[in-house]
Write a protein that binds this ligand. Structure first.
Ligand SMILES: *[C@@H]1O[C@H](CO)[C@@H](O)[C@H](O)[C@H]1NC(C)=O
Ligand SMILES: *[C@@H]1O[C@H](CO)[C@@H](O)[C@H](O)[C@H]1NC(C)=O
Ligand SMILES: *[C@@H]1O[C@H](CO)[C@@H](O)[C@H](O)[C@H]1NC(C)=O
Ligand SMILES: *[C@@H]1O[C@H](CO)[C@@H](O)[C@H](O)[C@H]1NC(C)=O
Ligand SMILES: *[C@@H]1O[C@H](CO)[C@@H](O)[C@H](O)[C@H]1NC(C)=O
Ligand SMILES: *[C@@H]1O[C@H](CO)[C@@H](O)[C@H](O)[C@H]1NC(C)=O
Ligand SMILES: *[C@@H]1O[C@H](CO)[C@@H](O)[C@H](O)[C@H]1NC(C)=O
Ligand SMILES: *[C@@H]1O[C@H](CO)[C@@H](O)[C@H](O)[C@H]1NC(C)=O
Ligand SMILES: *[C@@H]1O[C@H](CO)[C@@H](O)[C@H](O)[C@H]1NC(C)=O
Ligand SMILES: *[C@@H]1O[C@H](CO)[C@@H](O)[C@H](O)[C@H]1NC(C)=O
Length: 410
């Protein structure tokens, strides 16, 4: 397979354009600031903020020195609300720029760790097409070698038209794509060693999917079943006019390769705009992020029946999602990419940063977008790779190394 290779770091341009006060040579401020959980629920009543700012931007009366940690956290990469977060991050995390910044929104979606190759596959604009958004230069598939930090555009054997989320399963990288007016989108399986690409699913009895967005494989509660694949299907593609009008209601689908059966398992009445999807390592919980268009457009929560939220379902013995609960609401923006780590903690890309919650939905801490994302486009996704969090920060990629192992595979 031949590749376009983009040398890993445009270091001179990084330094020349540096807006990073605390970054020197491709590292960010790796400090950890702890905010007492009590500050998250009780403030002097004249505090002011809104849903487009970060919590740490909250304006407090000048005399409220006890809340100094809020302001101090502004430039810290790690904001902790718990001992559990401090433990997982460890005393000496590292935060390294491993690609970019480039003049392209090349590091946008997916974030798929391939352990055998020590690489992360992701989707974004072609790095050669500068100055365009990831929709104007529709998203392709790329990868970064975590050993050499080389970013590569692989030669794939099937068209990929507006690539979005993905996952790793059984030696393959699975990627969603939206298609165009005449070519159906669907789920692609890519052999990461050769680039050989096959389409796995692209039709429901002859109806096109709206725009598959993200995928999660599971073998069910306690590994009780053959692998099945959940994916979200959402009509952003029609709204952005990449494809014709939606043919199906937005839904979460389960594809069962054993029976070649594609079944809807969660309806749009239960979730407005299903976006990211993830299953817990024990196969017992399914998490889905809801990213209503109104929120994506900055119109806030009062303008939609959906919530900028994560919902969780239990997976029963037939691998069917049951018992829906509201798991979390994004403080800022919308939740997008979601991953569950090896210990069942739930990480979501939200505008404020990459937020880590325990399995009960309690916020443990976050990786602060203010230090890592210098664009005005929110970070949408990331990868868990061993004890690293690979942050797709739109025009650049960061490698955040913590103490605990986070990734696992189905
Ligand atoms: C993809 O393969 C074709 C045919 O071998 C070759 O011409 C092209 O340069 C390759 N593209 C990349 C990105 O390597
Ligand atoms: C890193 O951030 C912390 C917390 O905001 C701050 O106290 C410290 O001065 C920063 N370090 C550098 C080198 O900027
Ligand atoms: C690069 O950054 C590292 C980590 O902050 C620091 O130890 C090293 O001295 C820096 N090197 C230069 C040339 O600034
Ligand atoms: C939130 O507050 C900031 C700072 O006051 C302001 O610039 C912004 O317009 C506000 N956003 C919304 C959605 O109210
Ligand atoms: C954060 O960095 C900005 C930009 O350098 C600086 O103005 C601000 O004082 C810093 N905040 C803290 C708390 O260090
Ligand atoms: C990744 O980079 C390392 C170091 O250059 C190299 O040995 C390895 O073959 C590369 N991996 C892939 C999949 O190209
Ligand atoms: C859709 O994509 C296919 C495959 O790349 C291409 O052949 C076709 O021309 C495209 N159709 C439109 C309407 O752009
Ligand atoms: C799950 O079951 C399969 C088939 O029985 C087995 O190959 C696999 O190792 C099991 N995985 C785990 C995590 O136990
Ligand atoms: C949507 O795309 C189609 C096909 O590319 C084009 O003909 C049409 O003008 C577009 N509609 C809008 C509203 O941009
Ligand atoms: C609701 O969204 C529309 C655009 O879709 C916008 O024009 C309107 O101002 C928003 N209303 C509120 C209350 O934010």
């Amino acid at each position: 397979m031949k590749y376009h290779v983009f040398q890993h770091l445009v270091l001179s341009s990084f330094l020349a354009n540096s807006a990073f006060s605390q970054a020197s040579n491709g590292t960010a401020n790796n400090s950890i600031v702890s905010i007492p959980p009590s500050d998250t629920v009780l403030l002097p009543a004249t505090f002011s903020s809104n849903y487009s700012l970060s919590f740490v931007d909250t304006v407090l009366p000048p005399s409220s020195g006890v809340h100094a940690s809020l302001a101090q956290a502004e430039n810290a990469t790690f904001i902790s609300y718990s001992k559990a977060f401090l433990n997982l991050v460890g005393d000496s995390p590292s935060v390294r720029l491993i690609a970019g910044p480039l003049e392209a929104e090349f590091a946008y979606e997916a974030g798929v760790y391939v352990p055998d190759l020590n690489s992360v596959w992701f989707t974004g604009s072609d790095p050669k097409e500068t100055g365009l958004t990831s929709f104007q230069s529709p998203r392709i598939v790329l990868n970064i070698n975590l050993t050499s930090n080389e970013v590569t555009v692989p030669n794939l054997t099937e068209p990929v038209l507006v690539a979005n989320g993905g996952t790793y399963h059984n030696g393959k990288v699975y990627i969603c794509h939206w298609g165009n007016y005449t070519y159906a989108g669907g789920i692609l399986a890519i052999d990461p060693k050769t680039g050989k690409t096959t389409t796995v699913v692209n039709s429901f009895f002859g109806l096109r999917l709206n725009g598959p967005d993200d995928i999660a494989w599971t073998t069910g509660p306690d590994n009780s079943s053959d692998p099945v694949m959940f994916f979200t299907d959402v009509d952003y593609s029609a709204q952005l006019n990449f494809t014709g009008p939606a043919q199906l209601p937005n839904a979460i689908w389960r594809f069962d390769p054993t029976y070649n059966s594609l079944q809807p398992v969660i309806s749009r009445a239960e979730i407005n705009s299903p976006n990211g999807v993830a299953v817990s390592p024990d196969g017992k919980k399914l998490y889905v992020t809801d990213s209503p268009v109104s929120n994506l457009q900055g119109h806030g929560p009062g303008n939609t029946t959906g919530s900028a939220a994560v919902f969780v379902w239990d997976l029963d013995e037939t691998i069917t999602p049951v018992n829906k609960r509201l798991f979390s609401i994004a403080r800022t923006g919308v939740p997008d990419g979601i991953k569950v780590d090896a210990k069942g903690r739930v990480w979501t890309a939200e505008t404020e940063g990459i937020v880590c919650r325990d399995a009960n939905g309690r916020v443990l801490g976050l990786i602060n977008a203010k230090t890592l994302d210098k664009t005005d486009v929110p970070i949408a996704n990331f990868a868990l790779a061993g004890n690293k969090i690979i942050v797709l920060a739109i025009d650049q990629i960061w490698e955040v190394t913590v103490k605990e192992e986070l990734s696992w595979i189905v």
